[in-house]
Ligand binder design. Structure first.
Ligand SMILES: [Zn+2]
Length: 237
């Protein structure tokens, strides 16, 4: 199988990263979210190969509040989200925020999920490494370990996703990536819904999966795309 075929099968509708950044900018502008009246938060995996996506968003939107965490999991919580929301500019009596939350996965030239080439490494490594590690733990059949204060972020990711996996379920990396997306999208939606007063603030949410292809190509698959406005919830096309 080729990368292109694997991408089309596993992530139907995925588009090149820069095309997503431009299209989301247009969709947000239609709802009044503009770079000079909106503060963005970006939650991608900490992995350095995710940086180009964050940079492309910052090229449009300016400095962004960081929600970075392993696998793009939403770990900041109410305190960080509250700070972010309070920092949003007040323009025309309203504040506007836009949240971009994405997990990630690599597809190699043969369409295999996981392997990714990194500069200076003689053999491919994996993305998302945290999800590959968790997949190994889930597949072992052993009980998952409890929280570890010296590995807090991964421990919370394991707890968050592990709770949503039936014992004995056979998952592959794409299954776990899509579960990581669903959990982060639900968590982000919950934080936004709880933290936003629609009479004072407009909030937009994009979630999905960042896909690293061979030769450094980057694609984006969109999961959730909506805005919470004074007049209700709007789907972002
Ligand atoms: Zn990762």
């Amino acid at each position: 199988m080729s990368f292109e075929r694997s991408l089309a099968q596993r992530f139907p509708g995925a588009i090149p990263m820069r095309q997503f950044v431009a299209a989301s900018q247009v969709a947000l502008a239609h709802q009044g979210f503009l770079p000079d009246n909106t503060l963005d938060c970006v939650g991608l995996c900490r992995d350095e190969i995710c940086v180009p996506f964050g940079d492309a968003l910052r090229e449009v939107w300016g400095p962004t509040f960081s929600f970075a965490s392993l696998a793009g999991a939403v770990m900041p919580g109410r305190t960080a989200f509250g700070a972010f929301a309070h920092h949003a500019p007040l323009v025309g009596g309203r504040q506007r925020i836009a949240c971009f939350g994405f997990t990630h996965v690599a597809l190699d030239a043969s369409g295999e999920p996981g392997p990714v080439e990194r500069p200076g490494l003689p053999v491919p490594s994996t993305a998302c490494g945290a999800l590959v590690g968790l997949l190994g733990e889930l597949s072992s059949g052993e009980p998952l370990p409890g929280p570890d204060l010296d590995d807090l972020e991964y421990g919370l990711l394991r707890e968050r996703l592990g709770a949503r996996v039936e014992p004995g379920a056979r998952l592959d990396l794409i299954d776990l990536t899509m579960l990581a997306h669903r959990v982060l999208a639900d968590d982000l939606g919950r934080l936004v819904l709880e933290g936003v007063d629609p009479s004072k603030m407009d909030a937009a949410v994009y979630t999905g999966v960042q896909i690293h292809g061979p030769g450094g190509v980057e694609y984006i698959w969109v999961g959730d795309a909506y805005a919470l406005m004074a007049h209700g919830r709007v789907v972002l096309a």
